[in-house]
Design a protein around this ligand. Sequence first.
Ligand code: FAD
Length: 415
Amino acid sequence: MKKIDINLIREDMDRCYLCKKPRCKANCPIETPIPNIIQLYKDGKIDEAAEILFNNNPLSAVCGVICPHEDQCLGNCIRGIKDEPVKFHELETYISSEYLKNARFEQVNKLNDKIAIIGSGPAGITLAFILAKKGYKITMFEKNSQIGGVLRYGIPSFRLSGEILDNIEERLLELNVKIRYNTLVGPVLTVDKLLEDGYKAIFIGTGVWNPKPLRIKGESLGHVHYAIDYLKSPKSFRLGKKVVVIGAGNVAMDAARTAKYYGAEEVIVAYRKDFAHMSATKAEINDAKEEGVKFELFKAPVEIVDEGVVFIDTKMVEEDGKEKMVDIEGSEKLMEADSVIIAVSQSPKNNIVSNTDNLETNKQGLIVIDEIGHTTKRGVFACGDVVTGAKTVVEAVAHGKKVAEAIDDFCKNEE
Ligand code: FAD
């Protein structure tokens, strides 16, 4: 994680125009009241600023570090038109991580209703904080040995420190949240069993943990790995000297940077289009370049073989006024690699849906919900990646806030 210099932050905040109609706030998916926070900070009211940030976004400390700021607050700062934009996310990271470290929570209200939260990623954590603060008895079920979801088992620790998640866990425990680690809900502990055991409402925030395959020959060979599996425990993998990563999103960048971090001499990201089409943020691409990751553009994988990957060259053409990618026939060529990492998105696992009646999913296996987050099974709610497909942390949190309120209403009306 990049080190923060508080003196530089202070100077930067003095550059903020404190706009009356702030574009930074308007382009933040969770509408962080940015000028308000900056003003409080300048007035020395840091505790107040921290509470506002936390109450608006319990994962503010995480979002300060890993949100795609260039599309949000940073990219929409009015000062950025002619000059450097104000880096509000650095102030947010500083204030919010100090708050998580130093605040002490207590569950003041006590209600009798029990709520089960399945999954401890950004969505589950958001609901746990909001509903525990309202007084509900929360049990969080997590299949891994630590909380955090992608934040712990996907995003590398050089990008997001585990300390933030440790502090989140401490604050959840102070609110009497019970955490059942290493507990996969679905095959043995089913959703129906939880309902039978008296949970008034159940929340599913289980994310997307099945890698999407390339559907080409050679994907099952021993030197081929899916990024989502690799990033879970990169230290266990012996990738060799030369690694080819296929894909161009943030997951591909994380896999490539992690492979480099753990000692691969040459890491190449191969992508079928150009930089402009990549879904990874510019910041992630630049960091990867700075760390020595190489890029091979206009290459589409055809087959994986023991020696590496056979790619065909591609090009963009215009057809009926639309841009289209086409293969260049006869251009197939082997790119040698000791290991290949495939990073072309993820889809949900079906542990829960295959063991639960009346829980509808769409064609992609994503859980179907109504406008308030209620699934097709009464008392069972969902949000986050398991509903939307792979998105961002701030989107999972923003949606999670609304679903928490819907669960609260549901429990009250069921009385
Ligand atoms: P998850 O974070 O996936 O959490 C789901 C949790 O449920 C996990 O802890 C899982 O173990 C648990 N679980 C699953 N099934 C069960 C079960 N049956 N029983 C019990 N527990 C279960 N977003 C950004 O905003 N910025 C980034 O820089 C960024 N980088 C990313 C890098 C990577 C490598 C990946 C994979 C994603 C990245 N994202 C990023 C996306 C972001 O992390 C996700 O959108 C977000 O984590 C979704 O939150 P969630 O709570 O829905 O799911």
